[in-house]
Design a protein around this ligand. Structure first.
Ligand code: BTN
Length: 257
């Protein structure tokens, strides 16, 4: 198994986008605080196309729930896709769910791996997290949506807090082409977002449906069985007190005894 990783290149990403028939501006950074933050800084600049910001490493990679996203040099793909939505901001859970399907599709297209989605924003392979997604919105004169995606490609060791949970693809994949393929899938899914065409695929890719889960609701730990993904990407959980649909927050999979 090769641990070689290809150098990031604006030209190669643009070539990949072109061969997929996609229009998108690209900026590549060797090191940056966070590609999501860079997208926010440029949210009011004039861009005539959607924009992709990609970095070799992040010094302050942002995760959900105020966490950090570990982003060591040249072992992952850290990217943020910024676009102007057609009709305001769809629910963040819906955009994030669509983005998870886009990443899973691109990984399947370029590798033999079998990605799964852990609601709502994590891509798992072999029971471990290889990718996280953070969707943010900038509101103002124009609304901008920023979809931040971090994929561990060859990362071999992780900080203590995520050891045992995080993993990487562990294969040599062309990062430039992977970035281009993800943008292609994102653009396709976003253009059909209102039809929710991706929800059935999301359900099929889910590693959560049918499983016992724990979650926090109103500060209280709750338990239940994940039974469905609703048409907006919300997770329907059957609890002892009835059914609850989660649209924010996160769940843990209960360890089966
Ligand atoms: C999560 O797992 O909680 C979400 C992680 C999202 C990480 C990506 S890496 C590229 C982009 N820039 C960031 O600062 N975060 C996202």
């Amino acid at each position: 198994m090769s641990k070689q990783i290809q150098k990031l290149s604006e030209k190669l990403i643009l070539d990949g986008l072109k061969s997929n028939g996609v229009e998108c501006g690209v900026q590549v950074f060797s090191e940056i605080d966070s590609t999501n933050l860079e997208a926010k800084r440029q949210a009011t600049a004039v861009h005539n196309t959607p924009m992709l910001f990609v970095a070799d490493s992040q010094t302050a990679g942002r995760g959900r729930m105020g966490r950090q996203f570990y982003s060591p040099d040249s072992t992952g793909l850290y990217m943020s896709y910024m676009y102007t939505p057609d009709c305001g901001f769809s629910d963040s859970v819906t955009v994030t769910a669509a983005a998870a399907v886009a990443v899973a599709r691109a990984i399947k297209r370029l590798t033999d791996l079998e990605p799964e989605i852990k609601w709502v924003n994590d891509i798992y392979i072999g029971g471990k997290k290889v990718c996280g997604i953070l969707t943010e919105a900038v509101t103002g004169k124009d609304v901008k949506i920023i979809i931040g995606i971090g994929i561990n490609i060859t990362t071999q060791s992780f900080p203590k807090e995520i050891e045992g949970i995080a993993d990487s693809l562990k294969i040599s994949v062309d990062r430039n082409y992977l970035a281009a393929c993800i943008v292609k899938e994102l653009q396709m899914l976003i253009s059909e977002l209102s039809e929710r065409t991706f929800i059935e695929e999301y359900r099929r890719l889910s590693c959560v449906l049918g499983r016992d889960v724990t979650f926090i609701k109103n500060g209280e730990e709750r338990y239940g069985k994940a039974v469905d993904i609703d048409r907006d990407g919300g997770l329907v959980v059957q609890t002892a007190d009835g059914s609850i649909t989660l649209n924010t927050g996160e769940i843990s999979l209960k360890v089966r005894k």
